[in-house]
Design a protein around this ligand. Structure first.
Ligand SMILES: Nc1ncnc2c1ncn2[C@@H]1O[C@H](COP(=O)(O)OP(=O)(O)OP(=O)(O)O)[C@@H](O)[C@H]1O
Length: 266
């Protein structure tokens, strides 16, 4: 069995990965970035955090990543947290320009003291998952924006983490590349069983990708509604053009707009 051969438990049998319990985050100066955030993330979930600027999406990811601590409440990893639990993908691919694609994907292992050769198979497997095995020896400057983002995704996947955090990973890409990467991300999820928390401003992206959409509001940052998307995976053009997709997009959009103050809607 390879690192990526995970079976995806069917709905209703999924084990929890992470529990966020009544978390508040107040910054110095009194900004309440999050209030009473509660969320159980189950294995295989694809959860979108959707909301206007300033509703605390990035703060939620930083808390989950352990980059800062909640002011109140708890974040509990099922079975405790280890160093291989998280993979992170940011809006910028953040690749090292002087290193090859394969060396960039090696980074999480390198930080744990593992030599390139000892994990080469895993690096090539992760690159194959994003369709870039032929570019292992290329440098980032030789790649398109979409390809750089694939390298960033491969780097997040390579340790086979229990949870992948994605902070608006496709926001800077053109629409065609974005849709292609949305399709590829879902096929990756189908093959690896990855559990994903995905931050986005896009209603359409959240409805296409997620099985749970958490719509958030600002001041204070909080979840105002969870919208379930029951469409089966794999999803493709049929899902994107279905009446049910349009219905859920409308519901999500209406919920999102209800969170905005007059003058904020666009
Ligand atoms: N280090 C900080 N110190 C003080 N206030 C902060 C800090 N980080 C974030 N905030 C505030 O907390 C609130 C939530 O910010 P956050 O970046 O989590 O929102 P967001 O939903 O990710 O926004 P965006 O979509 O614009 O990235 C905002 O009001 C922001 O100004």
């Amino acid at each position: 069995m390879t690192a990526h051969d995970r079976t995806i438990p069917s709905l209703g049998q999924r084990d929890p990965v992470l529990r966020i319990q009544e978390v508040d985050k107040t910054f110095n100066g009194g900004v309440v970035a999050l209030r009473r955030l509660s969320l159980t993330v189950n294995q295989g979930d694809f959860i979108s955090l959707l909301g206007p600027s300033g509703c605390g999406k990035s703060t939620a990811l930083r808390l989950i990543a352990g980059l800062m601590r909640p002011t109140l409440g708890r974040i509990l990893w099922e079975g405790g947290q280890g160093s291989d639990d998280l993979g992170v993908v940011f809006q910028e691919p953040t690749l090292m320009p002087w290193a090859t694609v394969a060396q960039n994907v090696w980074l999480p292992f390198r930080l744990r003291g593992k030599s390139f050769n000892s994990v080469k198979d895993k690096i090539m497997e992760a690159l194959a998952l994003v369709g870039l095995e032929k570019f292992a020896g290329s440098y980032p400057r030789e790649l398109s924006g979409g390809m750089k983002m694939r390298v960033s995704i491969a780097r997040a996947l390579v340790t086979n983490p229990r949870l992948i955090l994605m902070d608006e990973p496709f926001a800077a890409l053109d629409e065609i590349t974005r849709q292609k990467l949305n399709d590829d991300l879902l096929s990756l999820k189908a093959r690896t069983g990855a559990t994903v928390i995905f931050v986005t401003h896009s209603v359409f992206e959240s409805v296409f990708l997620s099985d749970r959409i958490l719509v958030m509001a600002a001041r204070p940052g909080r979840i105002i509604k969870e919208i379930q998307v029951d469409a089966p995976y794999p999803r493709g053009i049929e899902w994107r053009t279905s009446a049910e997709y349009a219905r859920i997009a409308r519901e999500t959009s209406d919920t999102l707009h209800s969170t905005l103050e007059p003058g904020e809607a666009h």
